[in-house]
Design a protein around this ligand. Structure first.
Ligand code: GAR
Length: 185
């Protein structure tokens, strides 16, 4: 059973998808969320976490995140819409145990406002990526991706929604893959 820490900054739909798959989907018996950490108290995902009986912590600074994580037995840290860059010290401390989901087909379009950039570039497809976190912004080793078409009448919002649907599938698939790999070690 993988013990997860999920780090969020906002809405938390990826957190919700993970918890749903833990309660009644592919992650049942494979993973559990030990703690949800948010960098701001207003992160909407915290409400969901509390309603689902998950332990939550508000950690405005990185040192608070480190202190929060140190109190737990964590196997994997999942960044799920966590919009803060982590320091090299942090990344090195949790190397190989720190993953992120990003709403493009990395290495294309790291950073922010990505759907606008995909549309402006006239891309015919986009998607999402789960990758290990390194010291760059969205640059770490890619674990898996899922693709979606970009449609002629897409707006950033419609494209984001299509990609998000695939994020909700992909993140759990990757965590399952890691849980299965760990269980045979
Ligand atoms: C998701 O689309 C996620 O891929 C993105 O923020 C959104 C969070 O949504 N993350 C990044 O852009 C990180 N570089 P959520 O709060 O509903 O999960």
């Amino acid at each position: 059973m993988l013990n997860l820490a999920v780090l969020i900054s906002g809405r938390g739909s990826n957190l919700q998808a993970l918890q749903k798959n833990i309660e009644s989907g592919i992650l049942q018996g494979k993973a559990q969320i030990a703690v949800v950490l948010a960098n701001k108290a207003t992160a909407a995902g915290l409400t969901f976490a509390r309603e689902h009986g998950l332990q939550t912590m508000v950690c405005p600074a990185e040192k608070d995140v480190l202190a929060g994580l140190a109190k737990q037995q964590i196997d994997l840290i999942c960044l799920a819409g966590y919009m803060r860059l982590l320091s090299a010290d942090f990344v090195n401390q949790y190397k190989g145990k720190l993953i992120n989901i990003h709403p493009t087909l990395l290495p294309k379009y790291p950073g922010l406002h990505v759907h606008e950039k995909v549309l402006a570039a006239g891309e015919k497809e986009s998607g999402c990526t789960v990758h290990y976190v390194d010291t760059g912004a969205d640059t770490g080793q890619i674990i898996a991706q899922r693709k979606v078409p970009v449609l002629p009448d897409d707006t950033p919002e419609t494209l984001a929604a299509r990609v998000l649907e695939q994020e909700h599938v992909l993140y759990s698939q990757v965590i399952l893959q890691i849980a299965n790999a760990v269980s045979v070690l």
